[in-house]
Design a protein around this ligand. Structure first.
Ligand code: BTN
Length: 260
């Protein structure tokens, strides 16, 4: 990654300020610190290498130099967006799927709520974190990590879900700057429809395992099997249990795995 090429690729997008780190701990952590120190709405933190990147549910997300994308947007949610803060991370996942499908012509899917899958293997993850002051959300950091080259894929033995990278799945080299720019512009196009039925439809269309058997695991390690039906009007997951009843699962509370 090179600073000049990143700036060129992102030219024209509504990004008022950017910070690029050849190496950092976590772009989300950098972005949260920047948000607390006056970052402007839409500012972006990008890193080539991440040594202690954060994943969901306390997991790590390490990015080796020159192998993937690791970046975090700082958004200052508008009043109308405050009811839909949990939908920022699906926006990230949908933007990545759209960019992959439109630019590289391969099918991308979202493992609810916001893992990006290619051929049912994870290629990217999203972590949204908020910066609070008193009892108000002052900024939302939308962090996105994507495996581009084979070197970016962690050892399968360390993973609960299979992983892949974009270059393996589309069988050619990827220009990281062009891909980054495509994702960013899609995030800006999706944000105005956050919370709308249109956005839920787009997200639902990308859902992986729809109509298939899945297992939902809670933090208390309770496992429920059923058929994944889709999203409800708030983006919660509808699971049809094998006795025909439907159960609604909220984001952040559960993990989803395909039935073996
Ligand atoms: C997950 O799937 O668990 C979410 C992974 C999110 C990783 C990205 S990489 C850029 C940003 N900075 C971080 O520390 N995490 C996110």
């Amino acid at each position: 990654m090179q600073w000049n090429s990143i700036q060129k690729a992102l030219y024209g997008l509504p990004i008022p300020d950017m910070r690029y780190y050849p190496i950092t701990g976590s772009t989300n952590e950098d972005a949260l610190a920047w948000a607390a120190n006056g970052a402007l709405e839409g500012s972006l933190v990008i890193a080539d290498q991440q040594t202690s990147g954060r994943g969901r549910q306390g997991r790590k997300w390490i990015t080796k130099a020159g192998t993937g994308l690791a970046f975090s947007f700082i958004f200052k949610p508008k009043k109308a967006e405050l009811n839909y803060l949990q939908l920022f991370s699906p926006i990230g996942a949908v933007a990545v799927c759209q960019a992959i499908q439109m630019d590289y012509s391969i099918k991308a899917q979202v493992k609810w709520p916001n893992d990006v899958l290619l051929d049912k293997k994870k290629v990217g993850g999203i972590l949204a974190e908020s910066y609070w002051l008193d009892d108000q959300v002052k900024a939302l950091v939308l962090g996105i990590g994507i495996n581009l080259t084979p070197e970016s894929v962690p050892e399968q033995s360390s993973l609960r879900f299979p992983a892949t990278c974009l270059e393996t799945e589309c069988q050619h080299k990827i220009d990281p700057h062009t891909f980054l720019s495509s994702i960013c512009s899609r995030i800006f196009s999706l944000r105005p429809i956050l919370g709308s039925i249109d956005f839920l439809r787009i997200w639902d269309d990308f859902l992986a395992f729809k109509g298939e058997g899945v297992i939902i695991e809670t933090d208390e390690d309770i496992k429920t099997k059923g058929m994944l039906k889709g999203l409800d009007a708030e983006g919660n997951l509808i699971l049809q249990n094998y006795n025909g009843n439907e159960t609604i699962y909220r984001m952040g509370e559960v993990r989803l795995l395909p039935e073996p």
